[in-house]
Design a protein around this ligand. Sequence first.
Ligand code: AVI
Length: 324
Amino acid sequence: MTYTQDEKKQRNQFATDVVKGLTSHPKKLSSKYFYDGTGSKLFRQIMDLPEYYLTRTETEIFRTQCREIIYSLLGQATAFNLIDLGAGDATKTRLLLRELLQQKIDFTYVPVDISADALEHLQTELQTELPHLQVRPLASEYFAALDWLTKKETNPKVVFFLGSNIGNFETKAINHFTQKLRQYLQAQDKVFIGFDLQKDPHVIRQAYDDAAGITAAFNYNLLHRINQEFAADFNPEYFKHFAEYNPVTGNMKSYLLSTRAQKIYLADLDQEIAFQAWEAIHTETSHKFTLPEIEQLGNSVGLKINQVFTDPKHYFADVLFEVI
Ligand code: AVI
């Protein structure tokens, strides 16, 4: 296998994180490593699962409240930049983009993603579907993109961070991310964040342990990926997907449990990892929020809620914040 400089850097970081995570106690692996080619494909399948209410609910909010959302986003502005952090395939954002174009609003769509491939694909699709759309894709880390834009652009920004991606950060990182985001905002700017809300714990748990076993496969894929990248000898059949929701903390956590005592060898890293029977690897946190918690998160960094867009069951909330 040959790697570019960038790929080398990313692979080294992955190696460091894997060794650090698997030699610490409790063992952990970051959920950001779920998304290789197979993982991204599995995540697309998850979004269509009957149990996975998140994507469907947020799309419904966008579909039914599109005009109200646009009205609030715009405020007094006559032109703006819509910055979509982790745009992916922009399914939900497209609903807004179409309406913004129809209303002849002056704006530029700035999808930001670390995957240049995903952005190229998105741009090609958007050019066919919405030929009048002004698109300026940025293949970059989120804050590097915001830094660049803040220096270059005078028009107000509306920063999107959809899909409850914010819930995949650990508690401290949620605060850190929001604080850092705030540093790039000026008086007229706004932030629009998708939060999954606390609800019946059974509904949440099922969303992360579906009957068809797709979420389990998504979790096992992390072991396949480590096998491929570092010539390791994980047998995913000796691990069990386990998902647990804690209604006190609001944390939905996913694990891989070693069903037996075993030793794994990562040949490329010359590293052996020992597992006790039923020892866990924590692979993901998907935090579920309350509205007071969201309000408090904003207030703590100088952001005030302008409007909350939610669904009739109050499963999900897209929250528009303005700068205090
Ligand atoms: C991407 N992220 C918001 C998803 C979530 O719900 O935490 C990832 C996911 N993990 C398991 N199912 C979906």
